[in-house]
Write a protein of this length. Structure first.
Length: 276
């Protein structure tokens, strides 16, 4: 059992959950994720380690409360226990001297982008972050993200903050003007956003990395639930990823597999909400 230190709603239905877990906080690196369970009979869900503090012994997660398990997590109060947290899982992000790196964060994708941007910044890269959301009220960790970026661009679908555009527009603009200085583009967010970011980057021949959010069960390579097609090969997001070459990902298979359990998810959510 791990004590919840704080649980804060940063934006409508987006929660920042800080949990005490000193051994994990010591091992965590940018790009890692955990699998959490709210209680013994709960579903296991993967969440990125959005921040970690080895001195305080804490792990920070950001959860979009969109279904039963994330709503249960969002309902945990400071002082209450989180039943289980398994990790760190996945390969950490590779730290290289890229020169300039662009990191594109869509929606809750800001959570995984933040520690990677911070690590790349500390490693001596010039960091450009593009943080996109549907509207201003859904933007979170704006200052935190800006603090680990040399250039920080905000986009919103409705123009309520930053540029009224999809993230792909400033991305294409930078690649057109400064392609020679860009060593890598990271894209993390909804699969459809990553698909179009990849399509934008590929013609420029710049390295493109995406952190995939496939459905997971065990998170240790046993169940096959998180399988994705990358470069014509089957890969498991949990043990081979979560980062893959975005130009090689079969986005349509990922999108289809993410919708596989829609009916069951809706049914579970209805039951959970009726019980509240
Ligand atoms: C490696 C990895 C890291 C992840 N990191 C995070 C993270 O840091 N934060 C986070 O919130 N999620 C993250 N996810 C996704 C998260 O695991 C799922 O959203 C979660 O399992 C949903 O469980 P649930 O029971 O609450 O919802 P479910 O009952 O599974 O239903 C979720 C439904 O909502 C949709 N949905 C999922 N995410 C969103 C969204 N952001 N906005 C709108 N609809 C959505 C799904 O397509 C699905 O139909 C990550 C996934 C992976 C594989
Ligand atoms: S989650 Fe089971 S193999 Fe990846």
């Amino acid at each position: 059992m791990l004590p919840v230190v704080s649980n804060t709603e940063l934006a409508p239905n987006i929660f920042e959950i800080v949990v005490k877990n000193p051994p994990l906080a010591k091992k965590a690196e940018a790009g890692h994720f955990v699998i959490v369970m709210t209680q013994p009979d709960a579903e296991r869900i993967p969440l990125t380690i959005a921040d970690f503090d080895a001195d305080a012994g804490t792990i920070t997660m950001i959860a979009a409360a969109c279904g039963t398990s994330t709503k249960k997590l969002a309902a945990l109060k400071a002082g209450q226990p989180l039943y289980a947290m398994i990790g760190p899982l996945g390969h950490p992000s590779e730290m290289l001297h890229y020169g300039t790196v662009i990191l594109v964060a869509g929606g809750v994708g800001t959570a995984p982008v933040y520690p990677i941007a911070r690590a790349l910044h500390r490693f001596g890269n010039h960091v450009i972050t593009i943080q996109g959301s549907r509207s201003e009220e859904l933007l979170f960790w704006r200052e935190k993200t800006a603090a680990v970026s040399h250039e920080h661009i905000i986009t919103t679908d409705d123009g309520s903050a930053g540029i009224k555009a999809l993230v792909t527009e400033p991305l294409r603009d930078i690649l057109e003007k400064r392609k020679s200085e860009i060593g890598c583009v990271y894209m993390i967010g909804p699969a459809v956003m990553m698909k179009f970011c990849a399509k934008t980057v590929v013609p420029f021949g710049v390295k493109a990395l995406a952190s995939l959010n496939s459905i997971m069960i065990d998170g240790t390579g046993m169940c096959g639930c998180c399988r994705v097609r990358v470069g014509g090969e089957t890969k498991f997001t949990c043990v081979d990823g979560p980062e893959f070459d975005a130009s090689l990902v079969d986005w349509d298979i990922l999108l289809a597999r993410q919708k596989m359990y829609c009916e069951e998810e809706q049914c579970s959510l209805k039951k959970y909400l009726a019980e509240q």
